[in-house]
Design a binder for this molecule. Structure first.
Ligand code: PLP
Length: 353
């Protein structure tokens, strides 16, 4: 990526510097296509997961939209602003989409785009995407999946899932922020949102972010090498972390525990403890956690995900999200547990005083 910053050519230019930039982009495109088992030239680079989701929801050839209630705001808000009829699918108490509600919604007719994320950013719950595709196909609907959180943590295959559109973001798998991709099924007639030049197969105008794209390509190559081992390691670390937090009088309630989850995510709350207090207490211990969705933290708003799962507001107010990374160690988890215990001890003395 640092090398690519020195490459000053415009990838649309035919001179040698331009061709060098073009080569960097095409190398990254091929690496990403291989990583998610997608056909050649199916990746369209964007400025991130948000833009990829916006492009899918607003640009796909559909008369109506069907989205799950736990989608990222970049899907929900795009659907709301699309001007098309929108059906929001309920989820169960683990955050898994209601497939019979999807079946009923599809039966209403009109060419639909179904958007169901592969894994949730707040709880890590993994959606039954193959079932979603099976139902959608029966009704001739298109399927988009937001794989932003899943890629790099579990196996992701565009071909095996059989989806038509899939969103990715580099910074969720060790790459830089500000670059992502929408993977598109061959021949899908999507309407561009960024208008101007003919870049990215006329699907996304604007001179490409060459260094960011090169960083995205490098990140997927590293993730591909490390994925099976990193996934198992994160899952073991999360199990020991959650076991420790389930002990003692201040037992944490783990959300979506009954669902298949990403190996790195844990969303939890301690009854009676406000998320803002927990977040600041852990910050003083040198531990960075987020309350609810990281994308909207800063404002500690109620989580639409936990709300859709039917979590009582009093418990949802205390929800924090812990994320392990490909480089997290047992030592990190040990530090977290001791920081957690110190904070809980402090709360106990406050309550006793
Ligand atoms: N989709 C999901 C599930 C996310 O978690 C995020 C960001 O956290 C996004 C989309 C947006 O991605 P980006 O930050 O690259 O715009």
């Amino acid at each position: 990526m640092l090398g690519a910053l020195d490459c000053l050519g415009n990838p649309s230019s035919v001179h040698a510097e331009g061709r060098r930039a073009r080569d960097l982009i095409e190398e990254a495109r091929e690496a990403i296509e291989a990583f998610v088992s997608a056909p050649a030239r199916s990746v369209v680079f964007t400025s991130g997961g948000t833009e990829a989701n916006n492009l899918a929801l607003l640009g796909a050839p559909a008369e109506r939209l069907i989205v799950s209630a736990v989608e990222h705001p970049s899907v929900l808000e795009a659907a709301r602003r699309s001007g098309k009829p929108v059906t929001v699918l309920p989820v169960d108490s683990d955050g898994i989409v209601d497939l019979s509600a999807l079946d009923r919604a599809l039966a209403e007719g009109g060419r639909a785009l179904v958007s169901v994320m592969l894994a949730n950013n707040e709880t890590g719950a993994i959606q039954p995407i193959a079932e979603v595709v099976k139902l959608a196909r029966r009704h001739g609907a298109l399927v988009h999946t937001d794989a932003v959180q899943a890629a790099g943590k579990i196996e992701v295959s565009f071909e095996a899932f059989g989806v038509d559109l899939m969103s990715l973001s580099a910074h969720k798998l060790g790459g830089p922020a500000g670059v992502g991709a929408l993977v598109l099924r061959d021949g899908l007639d999507i309407e561009a949102r960024q208008l101007g030049g003919g870049q990215e197969f006329r699907r996304r105008a604007g001179t490409e972010n060459v260094a960011g794209i090169a960083g995205f390509g490098a990140a997927v190559k590293a993730a591909a090498r490390e994925l099976p081992e990193a996934s198992l390691r994160m899952s073991d670390l999360r199990a020991s972390l959650e076991a420790a937090l389930a002990e003692g009088p201040d037992r944490a309630h783990i959300f979506a525990k009954g669902a298949k989850r990403l190996p790195n995510t844990s969303c939890l709350a301690v009854r009676g403890l406000d998320a803002a207090l927990l977040l600041m207490g852990l910050d003083l211990e040198g531990i960075a956690v987020s309350s609810g969705s990281a994308c909207s933290s800063g404002k500690v708003a109620a989580s639409h995900v936990l709300d859709a799962m039917g979590v009582e507001p009093e418990l949802a107010r205390g929800a924090i999200r812990l994320s392990l990374g490909w480089n997290s160690t047992a030592e990190d988890v040990g530090r977290f547990i001791s920081g957690w215990r110190t904070f809980m001890g402090r709360m106990d003395s406050r309550r006793a005083a």
